[in-house]
Design a protein around this ligand. Structure first.
Ligand code: T1G
Length: 697
């Protein structure tokens, strides 16, 4: 088999070329090829060595698919130490994204040249890991401790020019990299440049308080995560002699490797990329062009969706029923852009350019030549059908018609047109210009090219898209019903808004369920229930308290009070004794003896309700694969990424444990809410896991 590493002498320079698509990951074969090459260079006629990559990027890191498998020599840290020990100059030529073990390879080289479009970084923390091949020891020696702490704890790549400013890169060029790198290497030789080993450099001392401050900052920013704290320990160890610091780095790297948090984050890395693939569809299906977009409805969702497209450079026409509504919609968009400029997230020029891409109209005829229309009006099924019938008559034949409904029947909406094959759901999450998740709902008749076009478009507007089948609430909202039901039941049985929220927040959720209810607005659920006959409503214990609060005018954050009270100026929430009175009164009327609930029971009831419904969503084929469900919950519902999502988490706990707990809840609370999903019972009976089930399909 051909080695992905080539070595040849070009003009007295030993050029090591790596060609391991798609991202030149440091697989075993690449490491072996590099070791052979650097050893050959020590004794051949070359005067210096240049490390260069083919394809779209320099090495983007260790090969993550090899993690968890038995380690194979050469081990990366040893290979990089051998590169650094070279008696001949070693230059690394960087383009694309030089990340993780790739950037560590550059740091172990003696000199670094980069294309001005290159980005460099150490993103291991996003995988629950840390740079395990000298990055935590060499980066501080070149850029200083504080810059290294920022680079490694954030995991965010930086542009080549910025890296040059901190000493991490020596030369930045804008023309043909290989030629420039060969010329640069010759210039170094001509100038008599010395072999410069980073590990031999001194680390500029800092006030030890820097490390403590960084620990507090990452403990706040990466709440519950262990890798960021281990990174600070590593960088602090860089003040020791290199060999000691490197030893500490290896110990902490192995701790990360064995930490379930890293398994969760690595699972998410691949699940997010798998989610973009549509089962059963060829990857080269012909896509439709999407150059112009129309949006019907300029409310909060419509405005946010318009910004997502404008931010990606795609012109948008926003339709509203009349001029006043249109003015309101466009002013919300303008206000949001002004806010981004004020917070320094966007330059005034970029904001203006995006704003200018959003035009308004009250005339459907202005949608005649758009490639895609997204309907984003309130959840009235008849109104949506009317709108789709109108779009069917005004839009061009190959336009795609999408609905942003959160739970309505997409097939029923499609049936209101003569072209159901061009109709699907595009369920954005609020605020749509911020939230990355997009549920793409495939209707019975949705064309393959329509689905594939929208999945590809999602990447253009920087969304993480997941395919969902048609059912009430699709993947996310359907599973959420059980989660919220249990939150309300735990509340009325003995919890308080604070205790239920604290249990879930401390477990890792971005926000507790009671606070989420206040954010979403308690009146949304109230109106939906009022529209239903009493006997079709859920268990009254799960809504009597929020309904009582609504009838007191406590709608949530939007009215300044809900389960909590909110300071009008700071929006800071505080407890309110009046709410506890309502909870105790409703409990009494429902004959409930309130008992304090342990936090782990609250967590198990809410999370296992998610898992159980998630397994039904999977066995019904609403979700293509379990990883998609995990992506939905992490990008749409504040589920902690380091727990890997509901499906991965269930496997981590063990399905037999999950089933035993669900059966216990069935005994205690009844089969209506706690009948195990058939797939759960099947997998436990077979002694297998959800991920194994996914592999066998
Ligand atoms: N290992 C294996 N496969 C990888 C990979 C990697 N490091 N990076 C990407 N891929 C695959 C990916 O799964 C996908 O496969 C394809 O490449 C294209 O990726 C010791 C321990 C480089 C910015 O964390 O951030 O080094 O789906 O769709 O949007 O200290 O990939 O096509 O089959 O993401 O253009 C550190 C991870 C590793 C960088 C390109 N490195 N990669 O983004 O393409 S840990 C990272 C990325 C480490 C050392 C430690 C991105 C990218 P498929 P893609 P993209």
């Amino acid at each position: 088999m051909n080695s992905p590493v080539k070595y040849e002498i070009v003009d007295e320079i030993g050029v090591i070329t790596i060609d391991n698509p798609p991202v030149n990951a440091l697989s075993h074969a690449v490491r072996k090829g590099m070791l052979d090459a650097i050893r050959e260079a020590q004794t051949d006629a070359s005067r210096a060595v240049l490390i260069h990559c083919e394809g779209r990027t320099f090495i983007a890191g260790a090969d993550i698919t090899e993690f968890g498998k038995p380690p194979a020599d050469p081990w990366l840290p040893d290979l990089l130490n051998e590169i650094e020990a070279s008696t001949k100059l070693v230059v690394a030529a960087l383009h694309g994204t030089a990340l993780g073990g790739g950037f560590e390879t550059a740091l172990a080289s003696h000199y670094r040249i980069a294309l001005d479009s290159a980005r460099v970084g150490l993103p291991e923390v996003k995988l629950g890991l840390l740079p395990g091949a000298g990055g935590t020891q060499r980066a501080p020696r070149l850029a200083g401790i504080e810059a290294a702490l920022e680079l490694i704890t954030s995991g965010a790549p930086i542009p080549a020019a910025q890296a040059a400013g901190t000493g991490l890169v020596d030369e930045v060029v804008s023309e043909d990299l290989l030629d420039a790198a060969l010329a640069y290497t010759k210039r170094l030789l001509a100038d008599g440049a010395e072999v410069r080993r980073t590990s031999e450099l001194e680390v500029a001392p800092v006030d030890p308080a820097v490390f403590e401050a960084c620990r507090q900052a990452v403990a706040k920013k990466a709440r519950g995560q262990t890798a960021p704290l281990r990174i600070v320990d590593c960088v602090e160890a860089s003040t020791l002699p290199f060999a000691e610091g490197e030893k500490r780095e290896r110990e902490l790297f192995m701790e990360c490797m064995q930490d379930p948090q890293s398994a969760g984050l690595r699972h998410m890395f691949f699940a997010e990329r798998e989610a973009a693939k549509i089962v059963g569809l060829p990857r080269d299906i012909e896509l439709r062009n999407i150059d112009k977009v129309g949006i019907v409805g300029g409310g909060t969702m419509g405005g946010g969706i318009a910004m997502s497209f404008a931010n990606a450079g795609i012109p948008v026409t926003l339709i509203e029923i009349d001029d006043a509504a249109l003015e309101r919609g466009l002013s919300i968009v303008a206000k949001n852009y002004a806010g981004s400029v004020k917070r320094g997230k966007l330059s005034e020029e970029k904001a203006a350019a995006c704003r200018d891409l959003i035009a308004g109209s009250t005339d459907y005829a202005s949608l005649a030549d758009v490639d895609l229309v997204i309907e984003a009006v309130f959840e009235d099924p008849e109104l949506k059908k009317d709108i789709f019938a109108r779009l069917d008559s005004v839009c061009k034949p190959d336009a795609i018609l999408a609905t942003n409904t959160s739970y309505q029947d997409v097939d029923a909406i499609a049936a209101a047109t003569g072209r159901p094959g061009d109709v699907l759901g595009m369920h954005f999450f609020s605020p749509a210009n911020i939230m990355k998740l997009l549920e793409v709902v495939r209707g019975d008749k949705t064309g393959d090219d329509v689905l594939a076009t929208v999945m590809a478009l999602a990447k253009r507007i920087r969304k993480v898209a997941v395919v969902s089948g048609v059912c009430y609430g699709f993947i996310g909202n359907r599973m959420l019903q059980g989660y919220f039901r249990e939150a309300q039941l735990c509340l009325i049985e003995g919890g308080t808004p604070e205790s239920v929220d604290a249990a879930m927040y401390d477990w890792g959720m971005a926000m507790g369920p009671i606070s989420v209810a206040d954010l979403a607005g308690l009146d949304v659920g109230y109106k939906a229930r009022q529209a239903l006959p009493e006997d079709q409503r859920d268990d009254p214990r799960s809504y009597r308290v929020p309904d009582a609060l609504v009838e007191m005018g406590r709608l949530g954050q939007k009215s300044g009070a809900g389960f909590y009270s909110y300071d009008p100026a700071t929006r800071r929430k505080s407890s309110d004794a009046a709410v506890l009175e309502v909870i105790e009164r409703e409990a009494q009327e429902l004959g409930i003896e309130r008992e304090p609930l342990p936090a782990d029971e609250i967590v198990d009831r809410l999370i296992y309700a998610l898992v159980n419904e998630g397994l039904r969503v999977l066995e019904e084929g609403i979700a293509q694969r379990p990883g998609d469900i995990d992506v939905v919950y992490i990008y749409g519902y504040g589920f902690p990424a380091w727990r890997g999502g509901p499906m991965h988490y269930a496997d981590t706990v063990g399905l037999d444990t999950v089933l035993a707990r669900i059966n216990e809840f069935r005994e205690r609370f009844g089969a209506e809410n706690w009948t195990p999903a058939p797939l759960l019972e099947k997998l436990v009976a077979e002694g297998t896991s959800i991920s194994a089930f996914a592999k066998t399909g």
